[in-house]
Design a binder for this molecule. Structure first.
Ligand SMILES: NC(=O)c1ccc[n+]([C@@H]2O[C@H](COP(=O)([O-])OP(=O)(O)OC[C@H]3O[C@@H](n4cnc5c(N)ncnc54)[C@H](OP(=O)(O)O)[C@@H]3O)[C@@H](O)[C@H]2O)c1
Length: 298
């Protein structure tokens, strides 16, 4: 099948709260740097046309000035680009956002997980996305061993969920003890942590535990690995190149397929502002790695 005809459905599905999403999703952090909003809008519409129904975002994905702090010209908010591209939203589309940080043009990006700050961030997401509720809200924390409890902030979000502003809650950049703490307060549908073939860190046990608890594990920087905000890895290990060659795939597709093979509850959210990369990434959901491939990839 031609690569541009492969849809996100090829990756299989997972039930996130009360919504079924394709396991190949889309991360919107990379759509803001390009100065032409039409390009981002085109990528988002193409993603949905290719069956993507899980889009990750944040109100602080804004260029210039937000997380990536690149680009020129007027501010382009990922949330507003999503609205421009996709509203009225398809029924099956799940938009996951994250809070715990606030951005404003005067003060820049700052951590704020206070109850009032979280409420303001939820309201900003609602306003910019043009919605009356948010499908999934992840509490994104900064880990500070010994003083990084999530109960206060997660409890504040649970109250907003009870009030109907949020449908489902998740966590980001967390350990297992954070998941335990949050689950004692309210249901958690996903954990979004950094994880990649060459940057597994200490995540394998948490990933497995999420699976045992039926919590989705959503890796970010799957393509970027340790390069993080700097962009995709370009120097690939021999094993990655060999597996890619044997499947007629690209190394980036192998990285995504490897992540999806770590469990049925793993949801990929590769980020791109490039239409050709989008098609390539979605097609990675159709790549079936063998046990030999997985052993070679380590
Ligand atoms: N919870 C958190 O703290 C957190 C932190 C960071 C990100 N996130 C979320 O996770 C998503 C994924 O992270 P990410 O976007 O930073 O990193 P990523 O998906 O690992 O990699 C994105 C980078 O790879 C490039 N790329 C994408 N597809 C490619 C392909 N097929 N071939 C070559 N290069 C390719 C992109 O550039 P092009 O645009 O040129 O394709 C971009 O530079 C984000 O979009 C965001 O929604 C969450």
């Amino acid at each position: 099948m031609p690569v541009e005809e492969i849809t996100a459905a090829a990756a299989g599905s997972w039930t996130l709260g009360d919504a079924t999403v394709h396991r190949m999703g889309f991360g919107s952090m990379r759509i803001t740097p390009h100065p032409d909003p039409g390009r981002a809008i085109g990528v988002l519409r193409r993603a949905v046309a290719l069956g993507v129904n899980h889009i990750d975002t944040a109100a602080f994905y804004v260029s210039p000035g937000g997380t990536l702090n690149v680009g020129t010209g007027p501010a382009r908010y990922a949330t507003e680009l999503i609205r421009a591209a996709l509203a009225p939203y398809p029924q099956d589309l799940v938009i996951a956002t994250k809070v715990g940080f606030a951005y404003d043009p005067a003060g820049g990006l700052r951590e704020d997980a206070s109850p009032a700050g979280l409420r303001a961030q939820v309201e900003e997401n609602l306003r910019r996305l043009g919605r009356d509720h948010l499908d999934v809200v992840n509490l994104r924390i900064v880990k500070r061993p010994g003083r990084d409890r999530v109960a206060g902030s997660f409890g504040a979000l649970a109250a907003l969920r009870e009030a109907g502003l949020i449908r489902h809650l998740g966590l980001s950049n967390v350990r297992l003890d954070h998941l335990d703490e949050a689950q004692a307060i309210a249901p958690v549908v996903c954990v979004q942590n950094t994880y990649a073939l060459d940057n597994r860190g200490d995540q394998d046990a948490l990933l497995r535990e999420c699976g045992a608890r039926q919590v989705a594990y959503v890796p970010f920087f799957t393509l970027a690995g340790k390069r993080r905000e700097s962009g995709a890895v370009t120097e690939h290990a021999d094993a990655v190149r060999a597996v890619a060659r044997s499947h007629g795939a690209t190394p980036q597709q192998v990285r995504l397929a490897w992540a999806l093979h770590q469990g049925p509850h793993v949801l990929a959210i590769p980020g791109t502002g490039d239409p050709a990369h989008l098609v390539e990434n979605v097609a990675a959901g159709a790549l079936r790695l063998t046990d030999t491939d997985l052993a070679a990839l380590g």
